[in-house]
Design a protein around this ligand. Sequence first.
Ligand code: TYD
Length: 141
Amino acid sequence: MQITKYTFPIHGDDRGQLVAIEELRDIPFSIRRVYYMYSTVQGVTRGYHAHKSLEQILICVHGSCKIRLDDGMEKEEVLLDKPYEGLYVSNVVWREMFDFSPDAVLMVLASELYDEADYIRNYDQFLEFIHKEQIYTSGQT
Ligand code: TYD
């Protein structure tokens, strides 16, 4: 499966580093929501869901963590350990976040407001959703 990672420009000088991210310029969608996870308990895996339409950019702005992505056919693990790197996660991708370092802060830029109806929290339902989408797409002329 294709993994899209963005390397954002660093505006560094002798005072330190600064990263700016602009919607539709540095990332492919408009940002409607930002949230972040911190003080994640060691050994915890979060996520375990996909989204019907939400797109996201995941940035580990401090520390490190790993992301497991699954498009229903292939699984990939991605290490996030650079505050200037963003992992794009499209809709209809199952994601799990794990191996958080004690100091990890995982920030998420999201294309939509929080909407529980957009979540697919059951893996079998995720596979069913993909299957239905494929039938719909192959039925289109
Ligand atoms: P949850 O979806 O369980 O986190 P994840 O699946 O990414 O590990 O979210 C934890 C709680 O936070 C849950 O009660 C919903 C709430 N929440 C919001 O209110 N707004 C948000 O934008 C997000 C991502 C979660």
